[in-house]
Design a protein around this ligand. Structure first.
Ligand code: HPA
Length: 270
């Protein structure tokens, strides 16, 4: 993976810490980086193989720093397969952060709530995912330096991190639901019939990101925690048509809750 080695070398010139925790911050959730101490940022455009993020609400930079005394690194804004990027580009940031030394990945995203209990602003700890994108970032020659050809996904979302997240949420008085995230390609939102199908399949929420990142992280052996901010009832569950501006606004409004939760989890990582 020449591109990866090249980007690691370049990033190491600016980011000299060895982060323990990597974060991917989704739509409207990038604000967590603002509270990092000793913050160093590097725009994606400066990193070979990382196209600049194009979706509104995604800043498009790698930000390293200290959070709760822990060396962390974050993607402030992610790349999505629906933007037309190759999957190698979509997961390059995650691979890069893990190559820099992170062993835990915390992914956040915005999603549509399929479970009617999950109103806008609800936080959902992802227990598992269903990859419905029809794609997999591990397709192609396998780099054994990164991980095995056939990667185990039976506990993709680490049960201990899930337990820790629930504990921290409980202490903070923040309701944290649990459920399965259905990852779809997008960029059109789902039809009501598709949402009914996803419900039958056992999904609690649906979104257009995360699954490839988690596959790449598990391939490299990282432990993963996924927290979704449910920004809207999924299609057909409310009379209001879906739009990205509302998704972003709701994610922003819940960002503080989510930020505090992630901070609390990072503070307790041993
Ligand atoms: N569907 C897919 N992705 C999303 C949604 C949704 O309803 N809300 C936020 N991201």
């Amino acid at each position: 993976m020449v591109q990866l080695e090249e980007s690691v070398l370049l990033v190491r010139k600016t980011i000299t810490t060895a982060p323990r925790v990597a974060l991917v911050l989704g739509s409207g959730l990038g604000g967590l980086c603002d509270v990092f101490d000793a913050r160093v940022a590097l725009p994606y455009a400066a990193i070979p193989g990382l196209p600049s993020a194009t979706v509104h609400g995604h800043a498009g930079q790698l930000v390293a720093g200290r959070l709760e005394g822990v060396d962390v690194i974050a993607m402030q804004g992610r790349l999505h397969p629906y933007e037309g990027h190759s999957l190698a580009a979509v997961v390059l940031g995650v691979r890069l952060m893990l190559k820099l030394g992170a062993t835990t990945l915390i992914v956040t995203n915005a999603s549509g709530g399929i479970d009617p209990q999950l109103g806008p602003g609800s936080l959902l700890a992802i227990t598992d995912h269903i990859n419905l994108t029809g794609q997999n970032c591990l397709v192609g020659p396998n780099d054994p330096e990164l991980g095995p050809r056939f990667s185990d996904m039976s506990a993709a979302y680490d049960p201990e991190l899930l337990a820790l997240a629930s504990e921290v949420a409980g202490e903070q008085g923040v309701p944290l639901a649990r459920g399965v995230y259905a990852g779809v390609l997008g960029p059109s939102y789902e039809t009501p019939a598709e949402v009914r199908m996803l419900r039958v399949l056992g999904a609690s929420a649906v979104g257009m990101s995360t699954v490839q990142e988690v596959i790449a992280a598990r391939h490299m052996g990282a432990s993963v925690l996924g927290i979704s901010c449910v920004t809207n009832p999924a299609a057909g569950l409310s009379a209001v048509p879906l739009n990205h501006a509302d998704v972003e606004a709701t994610a922003r409004a819940s960002a503080e809750k989510l930020t505090n939760l992630v901070r609390g989890v990072v503070a307790r990582l041993v």
